[in-house]
Design a protein. Structure first.
Length: 114
């Protein structure tokens, strides 16, 4: 699969403690993206943040927050991202979903030059 050139970056912000059908939401989203054949996805765990509710979530040991911000990023062609977007929107009852235009320089291993 070659996705170099113009593509879309799907960014999804959710809480670490959020669930989808009894399992962690961020994990379920990545599994759904993988199942749909999306080129790649990564989950980042935030150490500090807040969302629409303005409640601060922190990784400080004294705060003991069990609901840190999680960011899921997925990249693929616009067609593939738009195809999976309705399913992602259904899974995210609250949070932030963004689409960003990107230019993919390299995807996967470099081709060997002979």
């Amino acid at each position: 699969m070659d996705i170099t050139g113009k593509a879309k970056l799907l960014k999804i912000y959710v809480g670490e403690a959020e669930k989808w059908r009894g399992k962690t939401l961020y994990n379920q989203i990545v599994m759904k993206l993988r199942e749909a054949g999306i080129a790649g996805a990564t989950v980042y765990r935030g150490i500090l943040g807040y969302g629409a509710d303005k409640q601060l979530h922190s990784a400080k040991i004294l705060d003991l927050s069990a609901d840190l911000p999680m960011v899921i990023e997925a990249v693929d062609s616009e067609e593939n991202i738009m195809r999976i977007l309705p399913a992602v929107q259904e899974m995210v009852p609250r949070g932030l979903i963004m689409l960003v235009d990107v230019n993919v320089i390299q995807y996967g291993a470099k081709k060997k030059v002979k």
